[in-house]
Design a protein around this ligand. Structure first.
Ligand code: ADP
Ligand code: MG
Length: 698
């Protein structure tokens, strides 16, 4: 039965409407103030809210509550407590206090904390984030929270995100004031993350240790058909998949998540979900929930949802497009070109702030999307290159250039474009030749950061983006606030910004080799791997940025640097061990058994008649025997190289070792195994093939 969407939408969320209906008026008002201005709630009010929340949750079937948080694992964490409390008559009552709402104490000792664990007490606490609504999932009231150590150091992905939103709010308000916008009281960044994923049969998934342990295939020869026919992209959605998508939408809607578009992606078995954008903090929570629900609901349909950036070699991997903009509390999108000279001056100022930010912090943007999984995509001509550049479209670029050079933009009218005096020439908002190869593209009224991997939380990239743009806006405000004549100063500022930062603008094909050369000439960074880019994270310039805007303390930044590198090394270590395990326990025995069968067949044939042509059997035995020996040697070599790791090396050296020494050995081993797969009888190969996995969902 079709759900009544308007009835179910947000039905499991303690949202604005529920609060207005259920909270006493004064408490509701205080709560609104807390949400909009981050004002602290006193414990009396918190008690009332907690109790109301509990009553609402119990009515909706909840028995438990949890502080829901986002530790550095990149996924969400929860520890459930039931509402029950013993009453004097030996029964129980359902209770939930303000204190329990506001603060929790999960045992933090097993979450990654980088260096923090050494210096601080392992215990951490969770603190309610009232700007993201509580919701019910699996009969549990989930309270979105930040997760900190007792020393106040952030141990999670939410805290720095909230700090970065505060930083950009502060600086954007300063700039808006200069344009005379006195009524605006807050500026929030907005995000719509488009999520890609694969769906495979659960039965097949279970038979592949590589998928089970690492989320991606470590072996697998390409089937005769891949994505070359482009017949999957936007193709008809299979009934099973449709069923999955329908249930997913319904569950997301109940949680107030604006799931909007579902379609098939480029690779076989690849799909995408795009939500309608919302405030970054909420979009981040929602994206985590979306990924979680995708996995849970897929299982119910006998499928497994692969969120890995590169589940299959030879076809496209999965990413996440981070559509980003800035919006005032009055609902104005600051990246929307306006109709008046005044609006346009403001629009160009914000565009220039992003231009400067992306150029100055290319390195941090690259770091923010770095992971072992995403390294397979960036630069592989399927995702944006590892070089960060910005697409503005020809028209906007021309406008900026004519400003920079004081040239006539409009040849017919022979007029000089003057910021704040002239209306911008109309430019096509939704240029159809939208460049799909650019990592950072202006798409009419927002920027689309396309380098994000599919698995990772969107928090990190948005922290960097918000902070870098806050820094540009700060520099602009510092300069303009002291200007004698605002218009002249602004014009000068924009000209200078374009001149200094236009090297980051690139409207051409990001997949070509020419771009790599051109980018090098322009002095743009090309940081290909995670260990290559990570040192930038803690450079002097970037430490200063984070400290200036109070995003990360020195310790927090160091800990994040360590966690990222550690997680990179651990990922590759698990992959290498899985390969060795698969080769020794399944692959070599299968090749050997098949070769044995061939030898037996050969003998029988020869016994029947000496003159029979046995070329197939003989050649195949010879080839497979050679491959088996080669695989054996390469596996041994990989194992030995793993064993040779210097246990005392620092995190960066270790990650470099995995990158430069282990990965190449994994690659050559894979090649040999894939060759053997192509010669082995279908039924004797121990795993479902690429063809089975990619075309198997009926
Ligand atoms: P596509 O990129 O596939 O052409 P759209 O341009 O319609 O699709 O939008 C892609 C995503 O961008 C959607 O998630 C949409 O909600 C989001 N988006 C649109 N406007 C904004 C905005 N002002 N801020 C952030 N995200 C936005
Ligand atoms: Mg898009």
């Amino acid at each position: 039965m079709m759900p009544n969407v308007s009835e179910i939408f947000g039905s499991m969320v303690f949202n604005e409407t529920v609060m207005r209906q259920r909270l006493p008026k004064d408490v509701y008002k205080a709560m609104q103030k807390t949400i909009s201005d981050g004002k602290r709630l006193d414990i009396g009010l918190a008690n009332v809210i907690a109790n109301t929340m509990k009553d609402w949750a119990v009515e909706h079937g909840a028995t438990h509550y949890t502080h829901w948080f986002q530790p550095m694992t990149g996924i969400t964490a929860e520890k459930h407590d039931s509402f029950i409390s013993p009453s004097v008559d030996g029964n129980v009552i359902m209770e939930f206090s303000g204190k329990e709402l506001v603060q929790g104490e999960p045992d933090a000792s097993s979450f990654p904390s980088g260096g923090l664990r050494a210096t601080f007490e392992a215990r951490g606490y969770t603190a309610w984030d009232p700007t993201s609504y509580a919701f019910i999932k699996n009969n549990t009231l989930c309270i979105p929270t930040a997760f900190c150590s007792y020393g106040g150091e952030a141990l999670d992905k939410k805290t720095p995100l909230l700090r970065s939103m505060e930083a950009i709010n502060k600086q954007a308000l300063r700039v808006l004031k200069l344009f005379g916008n006195e009524r605006v009281t807050s500026v929030k960044t907005t995000v719509g993350p488009e999520q890609e994923y694969f769906l495979v049969e659960r039965e097949m998934f279970d038979k592949r240790p590589d998928l089970v342990y690492t989320g991606r295939t470590l072996f697998g020869a390409m089937p005769p058909k891949g994505q070359e026919m482009d017949d999957h992209y936007f193709g008809t959605i299979k009934t099973r998949v449709k069923g999955f998508m329908a249930e997913l939408d319904e569950e997301l809607w109940k949680l107030g998540i604006l799931a909007k578009t579902e379609h098939n992606e480029v690779a076989p078995a690849q799909h995408e979900l795009a939500p309608i954008f919302t405030t970054t903090n909420i979009a981040t929570d929602h994206n985590q929930l979306t990924m979680e629900l995708m996995q849970r609901i897929a299982k119910k349909h006998g499928l497994v949802c692969l969120l890995h950036e590169k589940p299959f070699e030879g076809v496209n991997g999965s990413g996440k497009h981070n559509n980003w903009s800035l919006s005032t509390n009055e609902g104005t999108n600051l990246l929307e070109p306006g109709d008046t000279p005044h609006e346009n001056a403001q629009f160009l100022t914000f565009i220039c702030a992003v231009l400067k930010a992306v150029d100055d912090y290319q390195d941090l943007l690259r770091v923010s999307v770095a992971s072992a999984g995403n390294d397979h995509r960036l630069g592989a001509n399927e995702a944006p290159p590892a070089i960060i550049s910005m697409f503005l479209g020809e028209e906007l670029t021309e406008i900026l250039e004519s400003l920079e050079n004081n040239e006539n933009y409009d040849a017919k009218e022979k007029s000089l474009l003057k910021v704040g005096v002239h209306v911008l020439p109309r430019f096509a908002k939704d240029a159809t030749d939208r460049n799909r190869t650019s990592p950072f593209a202006f798409t009419g009224n927002k920027f689309e950061f396309r380098s994000l991997g599919s698995t990772a939380s969107i928090s990190g990239p948005n922290v960097v983006l918000n902070t870098a743009v806050a820094e540009s806006l700060k520099a602009f405000a510092d300069e303009l606030e002291n200007a004698e004549d605002f218009s002249t100063a602004l014009h000068e500022l924009i000209r200078r910004t374009v001149k200094d930062h236009k090297k980051i603008i690139f409207n051409g094909n990001g997949y070509g080799d020419e771009w790599v050369k051109e980018a090098e000439k322009r002095g743009l960074l090309n940081l290909k791997t995670t260990p290559e880019c990570l040192p930038c994270y803690i450079s002097e310039k970037n430490r200063k940025l984070f400290a200036e805007h109070k995003i990360y303390t020195e310790t927090e930044l160091n800990s994040r640097y360590e966690i990222k590198l550690e997680s990179y090394s651990k990922t590759i270590n698990i992959e290498a061990l899985t390969m060795i395990d698969m080769v020794n326990k399944d692959i070599l025995p299968a090749i050997s058994a098949f070769t044995g069968n061939l030898a037996a067949a050969l003998n029988e044939k020869k016994a029947a008649c000496e003159a029979f042509d046995c070329a197939y059997e003989e050649d195949c035995i010879a080839e497979l025997s050679a491959l088996a020996a080669d695989i054996h040697t390469k596996t041994y070599d990989l194992k030995k190289t793993l064993g040779d790791i210097d246990k005392n090396a620092d995190v960066l050296k270790t990650a470099e070792y995995y990158c430069n020494k282990i990965i190449p050995k994994m690659q050559v081993l894979r090649e040999a195994v894939d060759s053997a797969e192509q010669l082995t009888e279908r039924n004797m190969w121990p795993y479902p093939s690429y063809g089975d996995l990619m075309f198997g969902v009926k």
